[in-house]
Write a protein that binds this ligand. Structure first.
Ligand code: NAD
Length: 230
């Protein structure tokens, strides 16, 4: 097998599961006992902003109690020594790749530790809870929302992602169920670019047939092992 020169890695909630952050497919379609429709859509925010803010406040607070696991760390370590092109795209809104030391990283679904002003669209660092009394730094009004891409909204930095997919020779998908588009379609783009396509997941994903290779197992074990083979 020739050594890849340009790699795109896609991660999903499964890579953070062993750090103690629940996925939602493993949880009967619920994320921390909430239906996605109630907390992760613009309609939900318009209907009940306090519920949505409380949900993301709790997810943000949870980050203090979790650590990157060997899968996050192996990706960051690999990136440091790899001399080709490398892009890590995560669907996760946690900060575990950042804390592991990953550098070329796109959070396509946003980040828990950021908020966005709904008036100016400015993005702010957000460590504390957002409440009815939290004022936005840019306009001094209580207009902050979580910097999260909700269902029905457009993911971030898609041009950069598709450009990297068009040029990659290895596409590696880790811990994602293949239900959420456009991420679930990345494998097809990479395949058309002629890339080797590999899935690492605890169980076969919905899109497994699109991958040339699939490794079933825990990310903390299989990701470091796979990266050692490159
Ligand atoms: P998903 O919950 O739909 O699927 C997770 C997949 O990971 C499943 O197929 C499961 O079998 C697999 N998995 C579970 N534990 C694993 C392990 N230890 N090793 C390897 N695989 C494992 O997640 P998704 O495909 O990322 O889509 C969920 C959406 O919800 C995303 O858009 C994401 O933004 C959001 N979400 C994010 C987080 C987070 O930031 N950590 C957590 C839950 C949901």
């Amino acid at each position: 097998m020739t050594r890849p020169r340009r790699i795109v890695v896609l991660t999903g909630a499964g890579i953070s599961a062993e750090s103690g952050i629940n996925t939602f497919r493993d949880n009967g379609g619920l994320w921390e006992n909430q239906r996605m429709e109630d907390v992760a859509t613009p309609e939900a925010f318009a209907r009940d902003p306090q519920l949505v803010q409380r949900f993301y406040n709790a997810r943000r607070a949870q980050l203090k109690d979790v650590m990157p696991n060997p899968a996050h760390l192996a990706l960051a370590e690999f990136e440091k020594t790899f001399d080709g092109g490398f892009l890590l795209v995560t669907q996760n809104v946690d900060d575990l790749h950042d804390r592991a030391g990953s550098h070329t990283l796109i959070h396509m679904h946003g980040e828990l530790k950021k908020s966005r002003c709904t008036r100016t669209q400015k993005i702010h660092e957000q460590m504390a809870d957002i409440t009815d009394n939290t004022l936005c730094d840019c306009c001094g009004t209580p207009t902050l929302r979580p910097h999260i891409v909700w269902f029905g909204e457009t993911p971030l930095m898609m041009d950069e992602i598709y450009q990297a997919l068009d040029q990659c020779d290895l596409f590696l998908s880790i811990g994602t169920s293949g239900h959420v588009y456009p991420a679930a379609g990345f494998v097809e783009v990479a395949r058309q670019a002629g890339a080797r396509t590999v899935e690492i997941n605890k169980e076969p994903s919905l899109g497994i047939d699109h991958f040339a290779e699939a490794i079933q197992g825990l990310a903390s074990v299989e990701v470091p092992a796979f990266l050692r083979t490159l």
